[in-house]
Design a protein around this ligand. Structure first.
Ligand code: ADP
Ligand code: MG
Ligand code: MG
Length: 897
């Protein structure tokens, strides 16, 4: 993406605003916005993501960048009245990464740039604090050494631990300098301009660090965006007891309750709080320590929340009683907090209900449907910590990231237990069901990252002594929990228990089951769902094969059944009946066998139509290949062979079955005799199923019901197939209408699940009253992938290598499969303007896919009953999503970015 001539690579904080996050990154845009509305932000400037993209593409910074940085730097020096590297009163700089999407702790930030052997003396004099100056220098060499020069941080930590005395700081700095020389062969750069230049490049390069890449894959952030770099005057929270640093939220991000919330660390600099490595104190402590600064902070948080009209989080520093804002963004929050805050803000009139619906997501709703631990059965807890991210997780305790990954890959569920987490623990956090730490608050690394990815997290369980080397933790009462012991982590209450606790249903699930409202969370969910239903255009139906599922789907708000599979009705004790159909030697025998199935199918349909009375029920004719109804080929062959080997005569039924299995065996059953082909080639099958539907409809009518059955033909490729099945179907419907004296004719439609069907939809629509996209088969056949094989083998490797951003079976591929959907909808409607269109693959319950189907103009989506609330909410959000934010909504979808 080349720049138009004259587009700058560098923006002063005063020249940007919140809308420029693509260019300035989230942090840069936030700093600019706070500067613009007059909040106290240390001055600085931002190098754009565009410069980073050029750096990543070419390996070198764009040529024009250096001069722009020099110009902005000298303006900054003028403004501050200090020069970078000045021997007497040096200006120090923070060089801070900041991408479009927040990636907490995933990239690099280097503080105190500008210190060297001379300016450290100047800093000591100008601040009157010798230790502070040398400590800042030591921090610079450490941060620079690890992040810019890639030196193992443990070397600095060890040297520091061996020399804890403040008076030894100058000596420690010398030692740090020799570590740098030893590891890299060159001296720590004394020239501040060189420090700055190297730091900027390191931040650019950190975009492609392992942690950052893993995080992006997980969060489905595009790899090509790049990061901005913010260069900012330093302020110091480590200048004594009247200084400090902290993080704050305008509301509680875990519970959603109003009132400011955060952690504060007196006399500390920079990353000390965020890393969770020091135990910070709650903000209420700041109120005691420095009431003026506290009040000022509270006022600024109010201003920010009113300005952004949402929960904000901030990083701040107090330098000798003076408050500085260092960062703000829309705060991450738990699913529960998301619903509560959105409803609160809408109730307060700060946002509209439309906006409230857009502030929550189907994924968050899905989290609220999970069960919780039964508190009655809990007994005494092993420990109690901060409930940082909700959920009820059970798993084996493990004590490092690698072990978590190993065990999870072997199919075990695990809980990652650490003293505190660092960005290196990310793979383990992803692999674990829950994260438990003994140190750090709600804003520690563990808490922030776990919340962001919906992992259960309890942090700061201080009674626990975590010994990662010995692979165990010890409780306050001396209980020892070794690696592999199963524990339960309650992210709602913050408690940890031995063993696996029983679960109870969530209150939100209760609400969907019963419609019963309750104050608080349930009320918030209900109001948002109701508004979503009011604004959505897309219908939501369910895939349901049993009356129970149908009834549940209806309670959850489904307006019909989009897919009722009939083949499940042939399994279990009815299997011998379908076996008889397959084994039949002639039409008579087959007709007799089908006749036995007829009343059973009819009874199934009566019950389902009753559960969905008044709403459409799409019944799909039999779809899977016949061998699926027969015993396993190898098993059968072995049984016959064994019997023969033992000198006995094999069971004649077994022999008959084996012959049938051999006859129906196919190399690629997925592409073989199935779907409509089966209906056309096995005489009487379609007729029996249609008759069962038709008689069920007649029966329901007689009973005073309002059945709305529709018949769907699977796996159609040609209009000839559809015409043939349609003719047979209409014939049976006529017969049953005459025999019962009630008109049982109903809509007849087809699934669109093969590329040819999509591409010739105009012709198919001549014989179809409706289309239903079977996006699972359509994805398999469009991509030439078998879902099971891909997911079991190479798909993970593709995701790992970034060849795909997600599985096309989870989120519909908008460019390929989606294109076929659009073509089929357009051409189908051109033939038949009143054609009903829907989707019945599991994609129908996937948030990103629901947005696609809304945009493609489908009439409804159909998904499993439990996904119905999620699909309803996302359908509402899709209707409210403006064209400009379309890209963002679909960024979760599969494909290249
Ligand atoms: P991250 O994206 O990992 O949060 P930041 O760029 O926000 O990284 O930097 C981490 C910490 O460094 C901040 O929380 C803040 O405390 C400290 N910091 C950043 N900029 C400055 C600055 N100009 N002066 C003092 N401290 C700073
Ligand atoms: Mg930060
Ligand atoms: Mg299919």
């Amino acid at each position: 993406m080349p720049t138009r001539a004259g587009t700058p690579y560098v923006y002063d904080f005063a020249d940007g605003d919140r809308t420029m996050a693509d260019l300035l990154g989230g942090k840069g845009a936030g700093l600019a916005e706070m500067t613009r509305i007059g909040l106290p932000v240390p001055p600085g400037f931002t190098i754009t993501t565009h410069a980073c993209r050029e750096f990543l593409a070419t390996g070198a910074a764009p040529p024009a960048l250096a001069a722009e940085v020099v110009a902005h730097l000298s303006a900054l020096e003028q403004r501050m009245g200090r020069r970078l590297g000045d021997p007497h009163d040096p200006l120090l700089l923070a060089v801070r990464s900041g991408a479009r999407h927040s990636m907490p702790g995933m990239m690099e930030t280097i503080l105190d740039i500008g210190l060297n052997d001379t300016s450290v003396q100047g800093l000591a004099k100008s601040t009157g604090r010798e230790h502070f100056a040398w400590d800042s220098y030591r921090r610079l060499i450490e941060m620079f050494g690890t992040t810019v020069l890639g030196i193992d941080g443990a070397r600095f930590t060890a040297a520091h631990a061996a020399r804890p005395d403040l008076a030894d700081l100058p000596l420690l700095v010398r030692e740090f300098q020799s570590i740098v020389r030893d590891a890299t062969g060159v001296d720590f750069p004394q020239d501040p301009a060189v420090q700055l230049d190297m730091a900027v490049r390191a931040v650019f390069a950190s975009w492609n660090g392992d942690r950052a890449r893993l995080y992006r894959r997980r969060e489905r952030i595009c790899d090509s965006l790049g990061t901005a770099v913010n260069i900012q005057a330093m302020v110091f929270g480590n200048l004594g007891p009247d200084s400090g640093t902290g993080v704050a939220f305008t509301r509680d991000p875990a519970t959603g309750l109003p009132g400011i919330y955060g952690d504060y660390l007196p006399d500390a600099q920079g990353e000390d709080v965020v890393s969770g490595a020091h135990n910070a104190v709650p903000l209420s402590e700041l109120e005691r320590l420095d009431p003026l600064a506290y009040t000022r902070l509270r006022d600024l948080l109010r201003i920010l929340e009113d300005h952004y009209r949402d929960l904000c989080d901030v990083e701040f520093t107090i330098e000798r009683g003076r408050l500085w804002m260092l960062q703000t963004r829309i705060g991450k929050r738990t699913a529960q907090a998301a619903f509560l805050i959105a409803a609160q803000l809408a109730d307060e009139g700060l946002i509209s209900w439309d906006e409230a619906v857009l502030r929550v997501s189907g994924q968050q709703l899905a989290q609220l449907l999970f069960p919780r631990f039964d508190s009655e059965a809990a007994g005494t807890a092993l420990a109690r910590g901060v409930p940082a991210s909700p959920g009820a997780a059970v798993g084996a305790a493990v004590f490092d990231s690698a072990e978590a990954v190993r065990r999870a890959a072997a199919g075990q569920t695990v809980v990652l237990v650490r003293r505190e987490t660092t960005p290196d623990d990310l793979p383990g956090m992803i692999a674990a069901r829950a994260v438990l730490t003994s140190r750090g608050g709600k804003t520690s690394h563990a808490a922030v990252v776990a919340r962001g990815m919906g992992r259960t997290c309890v942090c700061g369980a201080e009674e626990l002594t975590v010994d990662a080397a010995a692979r165990r933790f010890t409780t306050a009462t001396g209980d020892v929990i070794n690696e592999g012991t199963v524990i339960s982590v309650d992210g709602f209450t913050g408690t940890v228990h031995r063993g696996s606790l029983p679960l109870v249903q969530s209150t939100v699930m209760d609400y969907f089951e019963t419609g019963q409202r309750a104050p608080g969370l349930v009320d918030a969910v209900a109001k948002i769902m109701e508004h979503g239903d009011r604004v959505r255009r897309l219908g939501v139906r369910a895939n349901a094969d049993t009356p129970q599922d149908a009834a549940r789907a209806r309670r959850f708000g489904a307006s019909g059944i989009g897919l009722c599979r009939t083949e499940h009705m042939f399994l279990g004790e009815r299997r011998p009946l379908i076996e008889a159909v397959i084994l039949a030697r002639d039409d008579d025998e087959r007709a007799r066998a089908l006749n036995l199935l007829l009343p059973l199918q009819r009874a199934d349909f009566i019950a389902i139509l009753a559960a969905m009375d008044g709403l459409p029920v799409i019944i799909r004719l039999i779809d899977p290949p016949l061998h699926e109804f027969l015993p396993d080929r190898t098993e059968l062959a072995v049984r016959v062979a064994r019997t023969e080997a033992a000198g006995r005569t094999p069971d004649p039924h077994d022999l008959e079955l084996l012959a049938a299995v051999e006859r129906t065996h196919e190399q690629n059953p997925m592409l073989g005799l199935r779907g409509v082909r089966l209906g056309l080639l096995v005489p009487g099958l379609v007729a029996m199923q249609v008759r069962a539907v038709a008689e069920a409809v007649a029966e329901r009518r007689r009973a005073g019901g309002n059945p709305q059955a529709e018949i769907m033909v699977p796996l159609t490729v040609t209009s000839g197939e559809l015409l043939a099945v349609r003719a047979e179907t209409e014939q049976i419907l006529r017969e049953v209408s005459e025999a019962t004296g009630t008109d049982v004719r109903c809509p007849i439609g087809t699934m669109i699940e093969l590329p040819r069907a999509a591409l010739t939809a105009g012709a198919l629509a001549r014989f179809a009253d409706f289309f239903s996209f079977g996006t699972n088969d359509l994805t398999q056949t469009t991509w030439g992938l078998s879902r099971d094989d891909a997911e079991a083998s190479f798909l993970p490797a593709y995701l790992d290598r970034g060849l795909l951003t997600g599985s096309p079976f989870e989120s519909l591929d908008p460019d390929g499969v989606g294109r076929l959907v659009r073509i089929a909808v357009d051409e189908g409607r051109a033939t038949r303007p009143r054609l009903t269109t829907g989707v019945c693959g599991e994609h129908g319950g996937d948030p990103a896919s629901v947005h696609f189907f809304h945009q493609a103009g489908l009439d409804y989506v159909s998904c499993s009953p439990y996904r119905v609330p999620v699909a309803r909410l996302e359908a509402g959000r899709a209707a409210l999503t403006t064209v400009s934010s379309k890209g963002a909504e679909l960024s979760g979808a599969v494909g290249d970015c």
